[in-house]
Every structure is written in structure tokens, then in C-alpha cells.
Design a protein around this ligand. Sequence first.
Ligand code: SF4
Length: 647
Amino acid sequence: VNAGGPSSEAVSAFEKPSIGKMRVALVAMPWFWAHMPSIQLAIVKDVLNKEHIDSDVFEFYADFANLFGADLYGKIANVGPFLGERLFSQFYFDQLRASHGEPLAHLFFDAPPVEAHIMRFATPLVDHFLDQCVLETNWSDYDVVCLSITAHQLGASIAFSRRLREHFPNIPIVIGGAGCAGEMGSANLELCKEFDIAVHGEAEVVVPRLFKALRNSEMLSQVDGISWRKADGQICTTKSVPVHSFKKPRGALNFDAYFKRVAKLRSLNELPIWIPFESSRGCWYGEKSQCTFCGLNEIIKFRERDNTSLIDELEAYEKAYGRTHFFSVDLIMPLTFFQDFLPKVASTRKTWKIFYEVKSNLRKTQVDLLASSGVRWIQPGIESLNDHVLKLMRKGVSAAHNIQTLRYSAERGIAVSWNLISNFPMEKPNDYMQMAEFFPRLFHLDPPSGIAPFEVHRFSPIHEDPKGHGVRLCGPHHAYEAVFPVSRNLLERLVYRFEYDLIEPQDPELLKAHKYVKTAIKDWKRAHSRQAKFELVLQSDGVGTLIDTRASDEAVEYEISAEHVAFLKFLDELRPVVRIAESFEEVDRDAFELLGYASGIAELLQSWSNAGIVIIVSGFAVSLPVDRGLIVANRDSLDSMQEAIGA
Ligand code: SF4
């Protein structure tokens, strides 16, 4: 039974005849991560299921990745997302298609020939792919089609909706996801006349009420947290909804459709598939002090699921899909995990590989626990190795914490994804010169992916109060105009990323310093690819050898005495420099005396700092060699982890 007619009539029809038993199609388009089922659709399916509504999932992005080549798909999704959006939006806005992508040069990639080449070869593929999506099923079997719109899925969603509506004019289209938050929801309806309803809030809160209204022909004006198009074309928005509380437990989600689809797609099926899972929403840190660039709205409120059966849930996925890579979609790992979930997983001795976003001020015991419970890849939001810059972005950690987390992770076989964010007003050239000076000492640790100026995202503190953050907003990011040729006013409400100027002009020396760091990162990456090492090898008599290939493949080796080893081990935890001698004396009086008391310790620390054995930063001494005895064999490299997911 279909509810209504096309576009404007579709929704008015909702308010009249009752649909009765419903069947819903849940669709996700490119450029969602191809190596992962959509947890967003799985959650909506679960919510609908509880309402006794049947649904089928269509993860079309997987087909497109297969058609396009998983490798190139991953690169476009991550490096050239605007180009990816444009490839699809040209099938909604005919004028874009007519221009053959000519005005794109320099817009999306640094290399215009690459861009033009991708446009040329990919355009017919996109056309064919959109047809295949429409041919995939008899869409008239569905009462509603729902599209999940998160990052960079809007272009493909409007193109698909247009083609679907051309062939099946009577099926209403509902959109939801992060791309519909706040005023972006109603702006999406304004952008695309085929979209009928936009869900602004989280699915658990809005979807039951929305579908009850659709089923029982109640007025949509009674449903909070949505925008919809009335019969006269007017777009209405109801009041916002509170965030989901997670009070009711939720079991394992259903990813059957994805695995069935991927089984037929050779290029994807052979790669590791990561199964997404969720243990919390929001950010316990940001709830108290949001990082200045962080674009989270009210969903920043931290909410933890009842995770008592999370291990059962992961086991159920392993059993059902035979996969052991699990990708947490949490914004930050709940702190309670160090007391309950992680020790429990460690005790199961599973060979799982788990990804998590974490805070970067991890203690040694916490990293140990992550490693022993199968966390093999983390994203700790390091963002800078300079205290002043970290303070400007309100990150709530120090450079010492960040370096320590990199070292602990290297030792314990955990790959770390991170990058450097720059351009904050009040930065000093010296912030960057000092940071870059550290780099050669860190060549044995995972390097940053790069350095880039901060982006202004909707909902971020910088976006909410640009002047207070030394910034002047200059409208939507310029590339959107080439993707969505609509009025500036609509773009302002539609997009997530904005252009900006700094109110105070930047010191030219600062720009030079940013460039200097960029070059220094290249050196770090080169050292990383030749597997530079800095290791402590312990002998049975307590003496140690430091083996150093950070500067070149030719190893520099030097012996250190047992008391030096004792001091180095003591520095395994962050120690405030001002109290180092005193606290070392409390821990190992003999070694303290052998090293020449407080003055000897101060001299040693200085000479180790000069030799790159420790870094003195943030008032702490951070030891740098990794203990070879602890290094995890068969560690997955950062590159292999990231490649596996097309990141
Ligand atoms: S950037 Fe990360 S740590 Fe900072 S507030 Fe946002 S989610 Fe939390």
C-alpha cells in the first residue's frame, strides 16, 4: 500500500488514509565507508522492528565502491569528498552536467588533471549505478523509502531520489542522519523537492512517533523533531526533541543485508570488513568543555549504553558474519570501560581487532588494557604537540600526554591515527618551530597524517561565536557552490563547513613555521616507512642497550648501566621535572646515589634530553625508547589499518 503521490502531495496524503501494515526501504548511498555496514540503517531497522514494521536495507555504497574500485573509492571519500558529491549532484542539477565538470579545476584536488580525469571516466559509471539502484527491486513494494545522510551522502541521495521518483512517483522519501541536524534538515527539503520529510533528532526518539503518525494518518505537526513538506509546498518544522537516553537495552543489530550484498562483490569481500558497534553517544569531555573546532550540537551530551552484554553482542556478530574486526562509532571511549568492558574482553582471550576513539591522556595501565583486550587501532584526537596550541583549541591535554600515548601505543602494538590542526588565532611561530624540533626524536612512533588549518563546522564553538574566537565567517565552503548550485541563503542553512578569515592577520613567520612543520612531517613519514626504531633491550644482569635507527638505517647502539636502566624505567610514567630527583630517591635509593644524587639526576636528564632519549615538555620528562620486551609481535601497521578501511 503506498501512501501518497509525488513530492508535495506525498506528505499531504500521509495525513489522510491510513497505511496500515508498512514496509520500509532503508537506503545508504556513496560515499559511506565501503568496508563497513551502515550502523545508522541498522539502528533504524531495529527501531522499526520494535514498532512491528518490516524493513529492508540497501547499502548501495558498497556496490558503487566495487564498481569504482575500493581503493579509488576510499581516496575520493576521504580526500576529495566534494568531487565525490559533485559526481552525483550533476545528476540532479542538469546545468552541472552540461558543464562537463570544467569549472572544477583546482576546486577539489590540488591536481586538476586528476580531477578532470575522474570526472570523465566516473560520470558514465555514476549514471549506470543510479539506474542499477532503481532496478534493484520493485520499489512499489515499499510504503516509504528512508535515506541515511551522514558525511558526503547528500549528492548521491538527491540524484537517487530524483531517479526513483521518476520511476516510482508515489513513494514518499524520508531522510535522516547527522546531515539533517538543526536547520540543515529543512534546508535539505528545500534543496531537493523529492525529499518529503527530514528527521532532525536521533532515530530512537523520532522514528517510532513518526511512523505511528504515518501509519495511523495522524498529523505530522504532532511529531516533534521533523521538517516536512505540506501539500502547498510549504516546509514546516516541529519543535526539537531531547537526545536518546539509552535507558532501554538494545541487542545485537542486524547487518545481514550488507554481508549478503558484499558476498557478491569481489573487490570488497576479500578485504577486512569492520563491524560497527556503539557503546555510547556524545562526549564526556566535550560536555564540560567542548573543543573549539568540534561540530557537535546537543548530541554532545554523553550517554552510555548498558554495556553488560556488549561482549555477547560482538560474539553474536562474529558468529553470524565470521568477522573479527570491530569498529566503535563512539566519539570517545567511556571511562567505565577501563573497569568493566576491557578487562572482561581481555579475559575472553579473543583475537578481535577493535578500533576506538579515545582521549589522549591515557595512563600506562589503560594502554595495557586496551592492548590486551584487542584494541589495535585508536584515534586519540592528538591534534597538536604544543601546549599553547592545545590550550587555544581547548583540548584539555598536554603535549607530554600526547607523546606518551604515542609511545605507549607503539610499545603495545596499537596503531594511532592522528593529525595536526593549525591556524588558531594567537598561535606563535615558535609553537611550531619547537614542535618540529621534537619530530626527529619521535621517528619511531606513528606519524601524523598531515597538518591542516582548522575547519569551521556548524555547531562548533568557533561557528557559534566566531568573533570570540578571532574569526570572521565568510559563508559556506566555496566548493559547495560547484556541488549544489542554489542560492547563497539556502547554502548557508544547508552546509556543515564554512569559510573563514582570521580577524588579526597572521604573522608571515607563522606561515613559514607551518610550512616547516609540513616538511618535518614528510621526514617523519619517510622514517616511519623505513621502520625507524628506538628500542631498549634489557640484559639479564639489568644492563640495557639502546638501539637507535631514527636518524638512519645504520643502528647506533649504546650500553646503559643498570642504574640508568632503573632511571629510564622510572620515567616510563610521566614525571614532573621539578620533583623527579626527589621521587626517584623514594623509589630507588641505591640507583639515586649511583647516579650522583639530585644534581647528578639533573645533569643526566639534561644530557638525555640533548641525546633525544627523553623530551622535556609540559613540565614533564617523557621517555622515548620503547621496551623491546614489551613490543607486540605481528603488530598491524597504521597504514594497513587505515588502508583496510579506505581511510
Ligand atoms: S573534538 Fe572530540 S574530544 Fe573534543 S569535544 Fe569533540 S568529541 Fe569531544
